[in-house]
Design a protein around this ligand. Structure first.
Ligand code: NAD
Length: 347
């Protein structure tokens, strides 16, 4: 058995990734450290916890640790105890809208947390560290595509904090030869996504008969990647990828309005009645366009989902799991932010 540490595993991508590796790698004993911010939800991994509870204690392969990646002492304790062979960092503050209103938590976790984690990786000589970064750090790409060598020009506080983290990891690779790999993913969609993000917000608002707030004219172009395709890419890179490298992982280019049109069609709704155009984000990026040729050539990864074909299943997941998102959307934490988000208020 190998001990693997996942950070931020109760969030959207982290929980999908834990589910993926739990089934794909029976030789992994998975530790999930998550401080459970508003975006962290233990319900995202109930199925895994149920499977584990049916096993004898000595055969269990999943353990949750409620803790903060900024906490050096806690990290020292678990790194010395478990001798991890792989650490993958998903933990972050991730919502651009929230970062425009206040950047404090973004600096703390996205920069301070990565500093603490990579120092622990270095001190305890972990043989592989994978940092999950984002295509947003390239900033607006009006023409052409971003390769791994393209200059970083982040536009908003979220992406600048992620760019800082990406550079910290690069500097530890160069200065300390820390055995790290950076993965820059594009916009993910799929089950268990916190319903402040475009796709789950649109699906759940349509189910509830509410309007969908659309930034500006809705022409922003994103590279949409199904979370299962991203998880397969991370698994491949983390277990077989060459150290010290950076890999983009991209999806399909669609504008926000194109995505919303697909969702409305699958739910049998008329988008023109349900969309409400609001102020755009200040400094909004019009297009992200990462190029994942390097990953395809090096490791043979290919996406298995096409967004047109997958959107029906994703919408159906939210239809089938109303209890899951209703519990989130009725919480004070969600409602307080949504008042601002739905009106395009940025302070
Ligand atoms: P998310 O917001 O759904 O989940 C983040 C998780 O991190 C939550 O469970 C939260 O409780 C946890 N967390 C936050 N601060 C923490 C701290 N200090 N210590 C421990 N845990 C903490 O995020 P997501 O959408 O799943 O994104 C995961 C990672 O992937 C992030 O690093 C993000 O930047 C990156 N990414 C996301 C996307 C996307 O489309 N969602 C695309 C590319 C890259």
């Amino acid at each position: 058995m190998e001990n693997i540490l996942i950070t931020g595993g109760c969030g959207f991508i982290g929980s999908n990734f834990i589910r993926h590796i739990y089934h794909a790698h029976p030789n992994f004993r998975i530790f999930n450290i998550d401080v459970l911010t508003y975006a962290g939800n233990p319900e995202n991994l109930r199925d895994i916890e149920r499977l584990e509870s049916e096993k004898p204690k000595n055969e269990r392969r999943y353990q949750f640790i409620c803790g903060d990646i900024c906490d050096d002492k806690l990290l020292a304790g678990i790194f010395s105890m478990y001798d991890f062979s792989l650490v993958i960092n998903f933990a972050a503050e991730t919502h651009v809208d929230r970062s425009i209103i206040s950047m404090t938590d973004f600096i703390r976790t996205n920069i301070g947390g990565v500093r603490a984690l990579i120092e622990a990786v270095r001190n305890y000589e972990v043989p592989r560290f994978v940092h999950i970064s984002t295509d947003e750090i390239y900033g607006d790409v009006l023409q052409g595509y971003s390769t791994e060598d393209t200059m970083l020009r982040p536009s908003n506080p979220y992406s600048s904090s992620k760019a800082a983290a990406d550079l910290i990891v690069q500097s530890f690779i160069r200065t300390h030869r820390v055995p790290a790999i950076i993965i820059r993913g594009s916009n993910n969609y799929g089950p268990y996504q916190y319903p402040e993000k475009l796709i789950p917000l649109a699906v759940t608002n349509l189910i509830e008969g509410k309007k969908i707030p659309v930034h500006g004219k809705g022409g922003h172009m994103r590279s949409w990647l199904h979370v299962e395709d991203f998880c397969r890419a991370i698994d491949l890179i983390a277990t077989q990828g060459p150290l010290y490298e950076i890999f983009n992982v991209s999806g399909e280019e669609k504008t926000n309005l194109e995505v919303l049109t697909m969702i409305a069609r699958h739910l049998g709704k008329d988008l023109s009645v349900h969309k409400e155009h609001i102020n755009d984000r200040p400094g909004a990026d019009l297009r992200y366009a990462p190029d994942s040729t390097k990953l395809k050539k090096a490791l043979g990864w290919q996406p298995m989902h096409r967004i047109e074909d997958s959107m029906g299943d994703v919408a159906q997941w939210y239809l089938n799991n109303r209890e899951w998102w209703n519990a989130i959307k009725t919480k004070k934490e969600f409602l307080e932010h949504y008042v601002k988000q739905s009106k395009g208020q940025w302070s």
